[in-house]
Design a protein around this ligand. Sequence first.
Ligand SMILES: CC(=O)N[C@H]1[C@@H](OP(=O)(O)OP(=O)(O)OC[C@H]2O[C@@H](n3ccc(=O)[nH]c3=O)[C@H](O)[C@@H]2O)O[C@H](CO)[C@@H](O)[C@@H]1O
Ligand SMILES: C=C(OP(=O)(O)O)C(=O)O
Length: 438
Amino acid sequence: MDKIIVSGGRQLKGTVKVSGAKNAVLPVIAASIMANEGKSVIHEVPALADVETMSEVLRNMNVNVLSHDHTLFIDSARPLKTEAPLEYVRKMRASVLVLGPLLARYGHAKVAMPGGCAIGSRPIDQHLKGFEAMGAKVHVGNGFVEAYTEDRLKGAKIYLDVPSVGATENIMMAAVLADGKTIIENCAREPEIVDLANFLNKMGGKVIGAGTETIKIEGVDTLKGTEHTTIPDRIEAGTFMVAAAITRGNVYLKGAVSDHLTSTISKLEEMGVIIEEEEEGLRVIGPEKLKAVNVKTLPYPGFPTDMQAQIMTLAMKAEGTSVISETVFENRFMHVEEFGRINGNIRIEGRSAIVEGPVQLQGAEVSATDLRAAAALIIAGLVADGYTRVTELKHLDRGYVNIVAKLKQLGADIIRVKDTTDEEEEVINETEDQITSL
Ligand SMILES: CC(=O)N[C@H]1[C@@H](OP(=O)(O)OP(=O)(O)OC[C@H]2O[C@@H](n3ccc(=O)[nH]c3=O)[C@H](O)[C@@H]2O)O[C@H](CO)[C@@H](O)[C@@H]1O
Ligand SMILES: C=C(OP(=O)(O)O)C(=O)O
């Protein structure tokens, strides 16, 4: 088991390039299998475990997927298998995004049923409701969800009970090849939805309204492969913004799109962080003193749940009481216990975390309970006394490209080691020696 060791106290300075967005590229890869002619070429693909898992899901279905230099070449022209087994869904819930494309192209899809996960129960009832409205029969049993239709899917009017990102994507993909018009109401408005709609339209689809509450799709008969560049990862950008702010640093985030980060920028500015828009990205300057803030996570354009743990780290260093409420997932405060280990002063009241600051964080061994908790704990380590050791890095590897190298490039004292105590101790001793000799 690998560990990341961070020694606190360095200000982050310099430039970092934002990678392509995990949550944009995964649905795009899933959608590409609807092409029955031509290859899809996807650029700015982040080198992440989730991208590898999604590529494996496709290969297992007989799709030809090649990866070279941040570009994926996907050829799905030959007949495909229409199943995705549990080994993939267990690694990555986004595997369920092949349901819509397979059902639309082949009239059949069988995918292992994703269970709950660390952050909540995460049902897929809204995805299935959409497929049923389009005429599919859906059967859930023996750990699988299977959807089938003898005729082509039919366009339908679908109202989502919650603006689910995954349900909007799955239904939008299925509807592109359906017969007639589909209207999805109360849909998710995330930039990743817009990116997927752009990709589908380049494949020959007819999708309008992505980015608003209502998406209208006119079904077409066939789709072909196309070329596409993944949008920059707004959550990775936000994570580095917090890292810059907490270390009183000065970091230029090349590629960060301010329009995708409005709520994050607004909350950081409320805390006193200086954010300047430059030609190709954002500059973030951390203040001497941070101010407490109240944050409530909401579907886009509200404050992202995927930034909740990171802003909580910042709140621990801010003067006063911050209230951080999580309304998207019912169990996304597991990092609070880990923050307690490093001297955080946080109590949970219902769906809110009450954060008293500022505290002097103290390095300790902490476990990354989910992807964003991993990033938040690393950020905490940047300003903690001594060494913070972060374990359970499998979550981190799903969603951050080279985070250690990127932070190091900005001046952080950070290293990733294999879990051999000797090696770890050696690294710590060497680092301590270096620091003493400065
Ligand atoms: C790969 C990807 O893009 N993941 C993102 C996506 O996840 P994902 O697409 O899984 O998240 P959803 O938007 O679907 O979930 C939001 C809420 O809706 C509920 N729900 C969802 C579907 C459904 O059929 N029924 C239902 O009740 C969920 O339990 C959750 O409480 O959006 C989340 C919310 O912004 C982000 O945290 C994830 O990073
Ligand atoms: C929750 C997340 O992702 P996923 O939906 O892939 O689990 C995330 O990116 O923070």
